[in-house]
Design a protein. Structure first.
Length: 318
């Protein structure tokens, strides 16, 4: 047992052989605290440094505390500026390629940028869910799109296919672009894409998620291979080492991190091992500045009387 930490131990910058930390971890974490993690929106009135110490103190053993820090340093964090870069990449990359493949535009024309922008303004650019900030995407890229820009997750539950098709026809929409900020297992996105492909079977559809976990990428490739009018073109597909594999954790390939997650289950009041790997056992180590996905390891976002989260989630009512 150790006393409650009131500051990050500087000696952790010089870890022993049995420590899970790399050298200069605290120096790096101090930098990330100021420059990266501090813009987490759902906890903007609770400074990251205070949350960090509360989170580390969830566990009393110094080695377990170091394991938490080690996992934090492995997080794929997408901040505000990174989102703007992803927005630009989606438009100038996936959307522009799709337009060129769908038209007779000359990619070598000196006016190609204006031609692509003109065509893009005749598309219906919409989010899959309300977590994708469609207005920000349009502003960053200088696009107009249509006045009505619903999220297709809601349309799939509440929308009228006849009215949707009528809107497309009246506005002479040439194609539908669906955007999403993050895809974990793919369950939420696949339902929306299926509905869009069925409702608008006579126009081309591009689904362009910004960040995708391996599990979701596999599910979406399988889905869109069977849909004639849908192209799937993600911006960033995360490598396998950014997620923890739950199936491997149950066999000979289990890692020290897997053992750690099992050991601290009582601290999170976890009823099953599956819970420790996030929604549908995605095992993600991903945090967005706007929210922490439920596919991410619960050690980062779960909250109980015994466990204080580092990145508290804003959750929807079910």
């Amino acid at each position: 047992m150790s006393e409650r930490l009131t500051e990050l131990p500087q000696e952790w910058d010089f870890p022993g052989d049995e420590s899970p930390l790399p050298e200069e971890s605290i120096t790096l974490l101090n930098y990330l605290s100021r420059k990266v993690f501090n813009d987490y929106e759902p906890a903007q009135f609770h400074p990251f440094r205070a949350r960090l110490l509360d989170w580390i103190n969830n566990l009393p053993d110094p080695r377990d505390q170091q394991m938490l820090v080690s996992l934090l340093l492995d997080v794929f964090y997408v901040g505000r500026r990174e989102f703007e870069a992803l927005f630009r990449s989606a438009y100038r990359g996936a959307i522009a390629r799709w337009i060129l493949d769908s038209t007779n535009l000359d990619p070598f024309s000196p006016t190609i940028d204006n031609s692509i922008r003109t065509y893009a303004d005749e598309l219906w650019i919409c989010p899959v869910s309300d977590s994708l900030r469609i207005n920000s995407f349009l502003k960053v890229n200088g696009l107009k799109s249509k006045e009505v820009r619903p999220d297709w997750r809601s349309l799939g539950r509440l929308g009228d296919e006849i009215k949707i098709r009528d809107y497309v026809n009246r506005n002479k929409i040439k194609g539908l672009v669906l955007l999403e900020d993050f895809v974990g297992s793919g369950r939420q996105s696949t339902a929306a894409v299926k509905f869009a492909a069925k409702a608008l079977s006579d126009i081309p559809i591009l689904f362009c998620p910004l960040v995708v976990c391996p599990k979701g990428d596999k599910a979406l490739i399988e889905l869109t291979n069977g849909l004639q009018n849908v192209r799937y073109d993600p911006i960033v597909v995360l490598p396998d080492d950014v997620v923890l594999d739950f199936e491997k954790s149950r066999g000979a390939e289990a890692t020290e991190v897997d053992a750690f997650l099992r050991r601290i289950m009582p601290s999170l009041q976890a009823a099953t091992e599956e819970f420790m790997y996030g929604f549908e056992e995605t095992g993600a180590k991903v945090v967005l500045f706007s929210n922490c996905p439920n596919n991410t390891l619960p050690i980062f976002h779960h909250e109980t009387e015994q466990w204080k989260p580092l990145f508290p989630r804003v959750m929807r009512q079910s």
